[in-house]
Design a protein around this ligand. Structure first.
Ligand code: F6P
Length: 328
């Protein structure tokens, strides 16, 4: 499709919600208005495209959402959109509204959907990295990651108070599916005794040694951060192993869970989402299709979606080193 045909842009949020998604939607709608394009909200991600839950958006519809967590367009993980029939239904509904371009805000699964849709039906799409996991290439940070890290650190600070009052060992599980970005940030930022992430297996013996040497250094309380889906198992599993080896420790487990997905976006996420919302619409106008807009070294970059979703972004080796040095 030629870029000159773009007149109506559909915007949707898909997959796990992330703080800053609202700020991104607002930026898309306002940028459309600025360039005299129409914008349409597609509710509940690809589900809404299949069910024709699509409504025209005006500037007033996105007032007072910049600072709100979640996504006012709602989100879903659509099984039907993974089928050819589902995508055909979705395409027919876009046709009904004359929507000829999309901005898809979500994680790797959502962007994969946008890529397939472009390949099959030629609908130009720009993806925006919206996930707390930070596991997309083509951007230094994803929308929601900074807020999720702040939320995790604030929660861990509170756990630290009670851990220290009772000389306890806490295992705190953070989100991140197959990625340890939140875990390593929270580990360094909260002064954890150890951080266990999916990308790097830490044998339980190493953890035990770390705890023993901290005991020698008269550290009476410990916080161990565990990324969900970590190669060594979740926080519950690891705590049980440690309990057997160190029966003298008073061990507790806290799973932070979906708490990390909510809340008002940080200033960093508001800025990132706003810049990327503008970049998405401008990218479409310039004929940049099937790409994800991201920010690297403070500059907007467009990366082919196929490349952005490749799972090759991993926690910086140097972050492990820093975490280790500071945990002694
Ligand atoms: O991808 C974001 C995320 O919060 C992951 O960190 C987590 O594993 C997953 O979503 C949880 O998904 P759901 O909310 O569908 O249980």
């Amino acid at each position: 499709m030629e870029n000159k045909t773009i007149s109506r842009i559909g915007v949707l949020t898909s997959g796990g919600d992330a703080p800053g998604m609202n700020a991104a939607i607002r930026a898309v709608v306002r940028t459309c208005k600025y360039y005299n394009l129409e914008s349409y909200g597609i509710y509940r991600g690809y589900e809404g495209m299949i069910l024709n839950d699509i409504r025209k958006l005006e500037t007033k519809d996105v007032a007072y959402i910049l600072e709100r967590g979640g996504t006012f367009l709602k989100s879903a993980r659509s099984a039907e959109f993974r089928t050819t029939e589902g995508r055909k239904k979705a395409f027919d509904n876009l046709q009904k509204h004359n929507i000829n371009a999309l901005v898809v805000i979500g994680g790797d699964g959502s962007l994969t959907g946008a890529h397939l849709f472009f390949e099959e039906f030629g609908i130009p799409a720009v993806g925006l990295p919206g996930t707390i996991d930070n596991d997309l290439s083509g951007t230094d940070s994803t929308i929601g990651f900074d807020t999720a890290c702040n939320t995790a650190i604030q929660a861990i600070d509170k756990i630290r108070d009670t851990a220290s009052s009772h000389d306890r060992l806490f295992f705190v599980e953070v989100m991140g599916r197959d990625a340890g970005f939140i875990a390593i940030n929270a580990g360094i930022g909260s002064g954890a005794a150890a951080t266990l992430i999916p990308e790097k297996k830490m044998p339980v013996e190493t953890l035990i040694e770390r705890l023993k040497s901290r005991a020698k250094a008269k550290k009476q309380s410990n916080i161990v951060i565990v990324a969900e889906g970590g190669k060594s198992g979740g926080a519950m599993e690891i705590s049980e192993k440690v309990r057997k080896i160190l029966p003298g420790y008073d061990i507790k487990v806290t799973i932070l869970g979906h708490l990390q997905r909510g809340g008002s976006p940080s200033s960093f996420d508001r800025l990132l989402a706003s810049k990327l919302g503008v970049a998405a619409v401008e990218g479409l106008i310039q004929g940049k299709y099937d790409v994800m807009a991201g920010i690297i070294n403070n500059k907007v970059v467009y990366t082919p979606i196929k490349r952005a979703i490749v799972d090759d972004k991993s926690v910086d080796e140097d972050d492990f080193r820093v975490a280790k040095i500071l945990s002694t």
